[in-house]
Write a protein that binds this ligand. Structure first.
Ligand code: B12
Ligand code: SF4
Length: 449
């Protein structure tokens, strides 16, 4: 079959993100089918999809739905409306079935399928697309394929794949050049899953709650391919790169052994690391550490069920700085139990973090399959049948989101390294201009104070 895979994500905040998931889907199906990836970031406008369809004449069209909204209370943006425009355009030019997948889709499969009036969806890992294609080719019933959902058949959440997974990077695809010319950043996965249970987090639902590690040599080989393709930087997409200290150390050692020489960044949990951990990382090319710190009050860290306390944050922060790394912390304020005292404690402890950039998200989006969903339900903030595709943010009884935003804004005044939300369009424009001037990578290091 001829399969057209489309990345529908055109969000450029904080920067355009290479659609890595489609490389995994492509690798899983390319052995038996002809695959083409088309990225809306790389097309002149939405309507240009017509030319792509006319030339390729796909039998089936897969669309990656990464972002549902930007989860930003300060500057909220939803993307379902623009995805609907894209799907309506595709329907004008093709009668082929449309299959949805992706991380955003996996959080709200039934709601998104209905809103976009697509034919099929695959919850979770897109490698299962091959099973759907085989069934469609043989005109077999698709309802027993794990994770496959239709507008008539609801699906169970599938168990994560227990086989290895691989991506294929097509250096001839023009969308690769789009990202190489704008910042030169590509991305890489070293494992799937997260074995923690933070109350608000969707990642264990999307990727599974057991860590599935990719052999370090394989990760290094993939990194080398990105390097050979012209990447100037790569970002590791794992929920927390240090979720397994031994594996991440072995990955870093493999980068050194096999000659990965471009810089990279990753998300880390601010846990106290083993001796010399960050020094080994620096030696392997790590330049940027993004800590998912969320709060600097032990009461709130416990409420969020974070796997660390504030003394671990100070420890990890110092060791990363001492190793010469650029350090950023992400905060998520306003969860269950947040009040004036916990916010004051967080802000005054943050003041003790030197040489860093701080990103503040004021409000927790309520997602299905999370403990926060159950808390919000029990507190009557949402009801059982409520559609929460349109973002709903948890409200702490003691402190409103507005009050939190006001207090953080007052604190942030005059400090370039305190950023509320993802930075919005203004930041995206600055990043884009710097990319045009030849800068590469994350660029928030220019804000460090
Ligand atoms: C890494 C990451 C980032 C990094 C990206 C860095 C980089 N250079 O790549 C950064 C920090 C920049 C980032 C930013 C944002 N992110 Co983010 N990010 C992630 C994260 C952790 C991993 C995404 C990833 O690359 N996974 C690895 C790839 C291989 O997996 P995948 O794309 O999901 O693909 C698999 C399946 O989904 C499926 N699949 C994918 N496409 C398709 C298509 C078809 C047809 C099929 C069948 C299957 C399929 O198959 C693939 C292989 O199994 C996810 C959470 C998660 N665990 O998924 C959030 C996530 C995608 N991000 C999210 C959001 C909201 C954002 C931001 C809007 C936040 C903000 N306000 O800044 C921005 C948007 C950036 C942009 N321009 O789009 C949300 C999206 C859901 C939502 N609420 O809308 C997620 C799910 C986190 C969450 N809150 O739940 N993000
Ligand atoms: S917030 Fe981070 S550590 Fe916690 S469950 Fe999510 S991915 Fe895992």
């Amino acid at each position: 079959m001829k399969v057209l895979l489309i990345s529908a994500n055109t969000l450029t905040e904080p920067y355009p993100v290479y659609p890595l998931g489609l490389d995994y889907v492509a690798e899983a199906i390319a052995g038996s089918h002809t695959v083409k990836i088309s990225d809306l970031n790389d097309l002149k406008d939405f309507d240009s999809i017509k030319e792509v369809i006319r030339k390729f004449l796909p039998d089936i069209i897969g669309i990656s739905i990464r972002n549902i909204d930007n989860t930003d209370t300060i500057d909220p943006k939803g993307f379902i409306g623009s995805y609907k425009i894209i799907i309506d355009l595709i329907r004008n030019y093709s009668k082929s079935p449309i299959v949805l997948g992706g991380s955003g889709f996996t959080i709200f499969p039934a709601e998104v399928l209905e809103a976009l009036q697509a034919d099929y969806g695959i919850i979770g890992e897109g490698e299962r697309f091959s099973l759907l294609l085989n069934a469609l080719e043989k005109k077999e019933d698709v309802s027993s394929i794990p994770g496959v959902i239709t507008r008539k058949n609801k699906a169970q959440i599938p168990i994560p794949l227990d086989k290895s997974f691989a991506s294929r990077i097509d250096i001839n695809n023009s969308h690769l050049q789009f990202y190489l010319k704008r910042g030169g950043m590509l991305n890489l996965q070293t494992k799937r899953g997260c074995n923690f249970k933070c109350i608000y987090c969707t990642y264990p639902h999307i990727e599974g709650s057991k860590l599935r590690l990719i052999p370090p040599k394989e990760v290094a080989n993939t990194a080398l391919k990105l390097q050979e393709a012209g990447a100037k930087y790569f970002f590791i997409t794992d929920s927390a790169f240090n979720g397994d200290f031994s594996h991440s150390t072995e990955v870093a050692q493999a980068f050194i052994k096999y000659g990965v020489s471009i810089p990279w960044g990753a998300f880390f949990a601010p846990k106290s690391p083993p001796k010399d951990y960050f020094k080994i990382m620096t030696g392997a090319g790590l330049t940027h550490v993004e800590f998912g710190t969320e709060s600097m009050s032990n009461k709130m860290l416990a409420s969020y069920r974070k796997p660390f306390k504030i003394n671990n944050v100070f420890d990890a922060h110092k060791l990363a700085n001492d190793a010469g790394l650029y350090v950023a912390h992400y905060f998520l304020l306003g969860g269950p139990g947040e009040n004036a005292d916990s916010l004051k404690e967080t802000l005054s402890n943050i003041d003790k973090l030197d040489k860093t950039v701080l990103f503040f998200f004021c409000g927790l989006r309520i997602y299905p399959y999370t403990a926060l969903y159950d808390i919000a339900l029990s507190e009557g903030q949402i009801s059982k049948d409520q559609n929460i595709l349109e973002p709903i943010f948890y409200q702490s009884g003691s402190l409103s989101s507005e009050e939190i935003i006001n207090r953080v804004s007052r604190y942030a005044k005059g400090r370039m390294n305190w950023i509320i939300g993802a930075g919005g369009e203004q930041t995206a424009k600055i990043v884009s201009r710097m990319y045009d001037l030849g800068y590469s990578g994350l660029l928030w290091e220019h804000l460090i104070q």
